[in-house]
Design a protein around this ligand. Structure first.
Ligand code: CMC
Length: 393
């Protein structure tokens, strides 16, 4: 009761305090636990960044070795999960299967949903999830292709193991390419957290009812799937391919994005918080050129993306609204260059965002935050009497 402030889309409402990620949208600054994203993307690894986000400090060598080895040891999936996967149609979108299988983990690890868990149990839930999301993702891909599932290898680092499960076949082991491993580490680091975005807020809201880690994150995966959020990376590559098919006329597509009677938006452009260059997009753009050169890939969609960006940054529609390329604009071109199909792009985002979701869920519970329960301003009918069905017109 009392006075309710309406803030549709939570544009100006802080829902929580948080010590995890700092973001300044005017200046284009992003820090994880105080460390600039540029330094982490250049020098760190995804597993190290996961530790940093979840536990608050960079690990010592011993802590990192232990964390990595725990992840490796938990990367095998319970057998029943494989049976559930087998029941999904091969052409199902991987994001739907991913969220279902993460939710299904609660059935195989019932202790993960118990109230009042020990610190050790919570840590086990966390490591298991980071480990198994990678196996689930790779197996969803294999299932879609109708290929045999590849078991994880404990002696490989996180990214190499993922590539192994994705691209090895019973006949041939995938040859690990350090350029691809580096690219993957960088992309996952750049996606690892982004404060109170739609999927993270979902994880926190669901977690605020004391729903378990796996249930809360399954909900986050569904929120991420939407085309205005993580689903944008698949939409970007499809847009670039459509422009290519259409003769490469970027200007025509830019006009379409500006047309208020056309629902089309320039995918990978604009951001709720960044009103300047998305710092992640800057890093990805540079990495993109580098990786394609190193892999000897010549992808015409990269040129279309650059042309489109150039044209948009000179167009008053985009300039006035402060619309810049976001993290999704160039990421798909890298995923494509390393051999991933379009429908796996948002799954890659989910693997990357996992440490952030976990850190935010853990922070919420440690800070004993109250259940999330937004208010509303009612705009419906005022009170009226029930009418019998025969009296209704
Ligand atoms: N193309 C054309 N016009 C746009 C675009 C775009 N990509 N983005 C925003 N606008 C226009 C919008 O029509 C509005 O114009 P007007 O003021 O004339 O009505 C103005 O810019 C402000 O847009 P908004 O929709 O009110 O802004 P928002 O903060 O609610 O939405 C957004 C942010 C990211 C959803 C939006 O920019 C968008 O739809 N972008 C395309 C999808 C995309 O790339 N999403 C990935 C976001 S980054 C990865 C992640 O963390 O999810």
């Amino acid at each position: 009761t009392g006075f309710v402030t309406l803030d549709s889309g939570y544009k100006n409402t802080g829902a929580t305090t948080s010590a995890i990620t700092f973001l300044d949208g005017e200046e284009g600054i992003l820090h994880y636990r105080g460390y600039p994203i540029e330094q982490l993307a250049e020098k760190s690894s995804f597993v190290e960044v996961a530790y940093l986000l979840i536990y608050g400090e960079l690990p010592s060598q011993a802590q990192l070795d232990d964390f990595s080895s725990q992840i490796s040891q938990h990367s095998r999936l319970p057998e029943g999960l494989e049976k559930i996967l087998a029941g999904f149609p091969a052409n199902a979108h991987p994001m739907g299967i991913l969220s279902a299988l993460v939710s299904a983990l609660t059935a195989f690890y019932p202790e993960s949903v118990e109230p009042n868990q020990s610190k050790e149990q919570i840590e086990l839930n966390i490591t298991r999830l980071i480990a198994q999301i990678s196996t689930i993702a790779a197996w969803v891909y294999k299932h879609g292709k109708g290929e045999s599932l590849v078991q994880p290898k404990e002696n490989l680092d996180y990214c190499s193991n993922f590539l192994h499960m994705m691209f090895s076949t019973p006949e041939q082991d995938y040859e690990i390419n350090p350029v691809v491993v580096d690219a993957l580490n960088k992309l996952l680091i750049l996606h690892a957290d982004h404060e109170q975005n739609c999927s993270t807020s979902t994880v926190r809201l669901v977690g605020s009812s004391h729903a378990s880690l796996y249930s809360s994150i399954s909900a986050g995966i569904n929120a991420l799937w939407g085309p205005l959020h993580g689903g944008a990376n698949q939409e970007v590559i499809e847009m670039l391919e459509a422009i290519k098919q259409d003769g490469g006329n970027s200007q025509k597509w830019l006009e379409k994005a500006k047309d208020k009677n056309d629902p089309f938006r320039l995918m990978g452009f604009g951001h709720r918080v960044y009103k300047n260059f998305d710092p992640r997009a800057k890093i990805i753009k540079a990495a993109c050129d580098n990786i394609l050169n190193n892999l000897g890939v010549n992808d015409p969609t990269l040129n279309i993306a650059k042309e489109l960006e150039q044209a948009a940054l000179q167009d008053s529609y985009f300039v006035d609204r402060k619309l810049y390329p976001n993290v999704d604009f160039y990421s798909g071109i890298i995923y494509k260059a390393i051999g991933l199909p379009n429908e796996m792009f948002t799954v890659m985002f989910a693997i990357g965002r996992m440490p952030g979701w976990i850190a935010q869920w853990k922070e919420l519970r440690e800070n004993k935050e109250p259940i999330g329960r937004p208010r509303q301003i009612y705009t419906g009918q005022s009170a009226r009497d029930y009418s019998l069905i025969e009296n209704r017109s």
